[in-house]
Design a protein around this ligand. Structure first.
Ligand SMILES: Cc1cc2nc3c(=O)[nH]c(=O)nc-3n(C[C@H](O)[C@H](O)[C@H](O)COP(=O)(O)O)c2cc1C
Length: 287
């Protein structure tokens, strides 16, 4: 696990370097962006150099690069200079192949929305429309474009401020918040790989707000730190839950049969770390 291939981007030309970038920084959500030019023509294109950077103000960014094929800015970039508004549509699995169709470098003015047979809804604040079937629409206004270079492949980082968020009713939980299990969105991986966010692949992990809720590595009993049974992830789950009796951990004698005990404990992970620790404590009680 400590052997790495190390690369110097300065020594590697763009066509060979790009696959390392898109293949290693994963998973990336896809911003499927509608824009409009000064003649009122709409454009739709996907961008996976995409992220959220601020909650208040709500600022998100995506990065259309200077085209490696034409050395020109992408239509999305052009359009934002003419009409500084867009809608970012998140991409559900049901529309993944349609999204893929809209990535073609069509002539400026070609409407990818029509070509892909997509339906739209009018936006409330901005002029570019929303894509029907997308679980989340972010209506946004341009704040800033940060040019990261002039060469082909150089990102033109677009920072936009969200002025309206629309959430499809079917993705909401009982509190009205988006439920990731219901969204079925895709994420881009390397090459032509994607991930589909379904209930089986997601997990729940509460953030410890208070350092007193977690154990320090030094407090973990040696048999657990050096366990032949637990995975690194499982040890992490034990570390992230501090039992009320944690001070005893360093005082108790080691278990007589750690492998059997650890196998029982791991059946309770990741969600029942408290119960797993309880097993540990019980096994150490004098008979
Ligand atoms: C899933 C996916 C993600 C993409 N992400 C980016 C990206 O982050 N930046 C980029 O410049 N091009 C990206 N592309 C390629 C653009 O979608 C493509 O260049 C498109 O033609 C740009 O459209 P436009 O000229 O209408 O703006 C991506 C393509 C796909 C399929």
């Amino acid at each position: 696990m400590s052997s790495y291939q190390s690369l110097d981007p300065a020594q590697i030309p763009l066509p060979e370097w790009h696959p390392y970038m898109i293949g290693s920084i994963i998973p990336r959500p896809v911003a499927w962006v509608t824009t409009m030019d000064s003649k009122g023509r709409f454009n739709l294109a996907p961008f996976s150099y995409f992220g959220a950077f601020s909650s208040k103000p709500p600022v998100v960014g995506f990065s259309p690069s200077t085209s490696a094929r034409t050395s020109q800015p992408k239509d999305t970039h052009h359009n934002l200079l003419e009409v500084p508004e867009c809608v970012i549509n998140l991409v559900p699995y049901a529309l993944a192949a349609r999204m893929n169709i809209t990535t073609g470098e069509y002539e400026r003015g070609i409407n990818e929305i029509e070509r892909a047979g997509l339906e739209t809804l009018p936006s409330e604040v901005v002029r570019p429309p929303r894509i029907v079937g997308s679980p989340v629409h972010l209506e946004a206004k341009l704040r800033q474009i940060i040019s990261l270079g002039e060469n082909p492949g150089a990102g033109q980082l677009v920072l936009v401020e969200v002025v309206r968020m629309h959430l499809a009713q079917h993705i909401l939980d009982e509190k009205g918040l988006p439920d990731p299990r219901k969204m079925d969105v895709i994420a881009r991986l390397g090459a032509f790989w994607y991930a589909r966010i379904t209930p089986e692949v997601i997990f729940w992990m509460k953030q410890p707000r208070n350092p007193a809720e977690v154990l320090a590595w030094q407090e973990l009993p040696r048999d657990i730190r050096e366990s032949r049974v637990f995975t690194a992830a499982e040890i992490g789950h034990l570390l992230a839950f501090r039992p009320a009796w944690a001070e005893l951990l360093t005082q108790l004698p080691p278990p007589s049969d750690p492998d059997t005990l650890h196998k029982e404990m791991r059946k309770l992970l990741p969600h029942q770390a408290a119960e797993a620790w309880e097993l540990y404590r019980k096994s150490l009680q004098p008979a």
